[in-house]
Design a protein around this ligand. Sequence first.
Ligand code: PEP
Ligand code: MG
Length: 701
Amino acid sequence: MIERTLLIKGRLGLHARAAAKLVRVASGFQSQVGLRRLEGDVTVDAKSILSVLMLAASRGTELQAFADGVDEEAAMDAIEQLFAEEFGEGKPEVSAITETPQEIRFNGLGVSDGIVIGQVLRMDDATQRVYRWRVAAPDLDRERQRFRAAVSQASDQIVAIKQQAGERFGKEHAYIFDAHLLLLEDEKLIGDVEHLINTEHVNAEWALKVICDRFLYLYSEIKDDYLRERGSDIEDVMRRLLVALSGVQFETRGLSEDAVVVSQDLLPSAVAELDLAHTQALATDTGGWTSHTAILARGVGIPAVVGLRDFYRRTRTGDRIIVDSTRNLVILHPSSATIERYQAEATTRASRPGPTDLKPQGPVHTQDGVEVLLRANVEVPSEFSAVATYGASGVGLYRSEFLLVRRGGLVSEDEQRVAYEAVAKVAGDHGAVIRLFDLGGDNLRAQFQEPEKNSALGLRAIRFALANEAVMREQVRAILRAAASGLLKIVLPMVADVSDVRRAQAIIEDEANHLREAGVRFAAVNIGAMIEVPSAVLMASRIAQIVDFFELGTNDLVQYTLAVDRGNDEVADWFRTLHPAVLHSIDQSLKAGRQAGIPVIVCGEMASTPAYVVLLIGLGATDLSMTPSAIPRVRRAIAGIDTENARRIAMDCLNCDTAEEVEGLVRDRLTERWPELFDSSNLPAPGKVRTVSSTNSDPAD
Ligand code: PEP
Ligand code: MG
């Protein structure tokens, strides 16, 4: 075996591209080739990219390279040469980096309208990578102190978040943070981590992960459902501590005024946790128009561009950035000319009357007098006031699973009752439709179940409820009790057939009987079915016989009809809301509802988009539920159209063969018939699945 000491000279260190070169060169030899980082005593196989990257070797790091085998000499020479040449990307590129960064534009998908000029705040999920390294005996004390400092930083954050949570999500959700604070003070948890650091000579991250995993295992064995769920609190606290240990600053109070949160992926729970007062926009590598993160961003009014693919890794916290979701665009390191043009546009926009200037309340009528109800979809209390602001006829969809967001676990029956009473109150006389927890899929799965291989087709929504009956029964009791003080209805998410509905109805009836027998105050509620999977569409006329109303979930209907993951930007071009198959499914479901004489609420993002709404009206929909801020533009469109023309256009769309044909037809016919309402800015763009936006002209062009 031969060994040589090599130095990383390149400014970027042993980054991914350099590591890939190294692995290719090392793999060309028969000998075993390895690298050892002297500091930290980490040894890795030089033929494995993952291992090499784990070295986390930055500029100036000294590495011990070694080769052992028949061609060890040649292997060592080749590796040494690669280091000497700085992996073939020496001077020119290095010097370019020191210059003012060039403006770069990234195209994604604007999912929540708005333009923001701000600074990048990278949001890193530090729990993804926990490495083990050896801590030398003299450094153990420092390592324990590092851990203590992280604990204290995490505690400070939680105290601040607790305060905000009370205001934004209601006081009843703030107390969860007491549990997190207690965990941080728990000598068992803290003591065990320190003990492991001491005895095993390991880094704090590793010790924390090992100890938390042990506790999580113990919790997973507990028979009591509620106690078992407390395991998620440990996970939450562990995540926070790992972030603190990583040195990544995600100090909510310290966010700059113009922070644009940039991340690879953002779970809905993470969006709900953001300090909305200081988060100006979101930009993520993954996601789609109907992903729950996008829905929430629209709900709380933060501009967002998703599906930016390779964007996150190119950013640094503090970089200048422009998020222009109306043009599906993010600009990194914008030039001063670009910033000026955007600033000018912002001023012009501000002086234009916006949709919020339109304040009528209640239903809207088409030109030929057909009444259409406009309801609100809501997820979190910060959206509640919008129900009244935009004149919604109650809450057409309350995505109750967001109640659990801040808990990372279940919420007690009483707390749920209080939350549902609050929704009923904001909904008023038109009432609120409470959807049973739609857990699974991209929705908060992390907190509740092991990742499933095919989560969209897995234990999601009503399946989760039926498989976790105790959870469902508790929620049903809370809704029935809350219904005694306001008009509430229950909708069953993602039912596949009559059987799912019957099983759920039996449980609801059973719980109503228990409450009656126990003399608890409650009220019976109407029960509806969400029609959002193809089997439910095909069986819609049968399902309609046994429910009080339908709710069409067009987001999932597109996803499942076309077999396109709604959160996967790789297949975003196949997510065609205007696909004839989707329109036929909507048509069939609306007809089934009409024939059975039950109301059909169309929710999902399709109902928020004026051009699509024309088709919905044409197919006979008269009850829509949408993001509250979309109500003014939908109201304006409906007030300007007549059902006869809408029907003709919708029928012609049903006769099309492809999504492109429907999109073309919609563009031509809507601009021809109602030029004052539709132009290229709010119609589907040719060859794109993009959302309609308010303008297309680029001030930076
Ligand atoms: C839908 O699927 O259209 C819907 C309204 O529900 P969600 O988007 O929450 O799945
Ligand atoms: Mg759905």
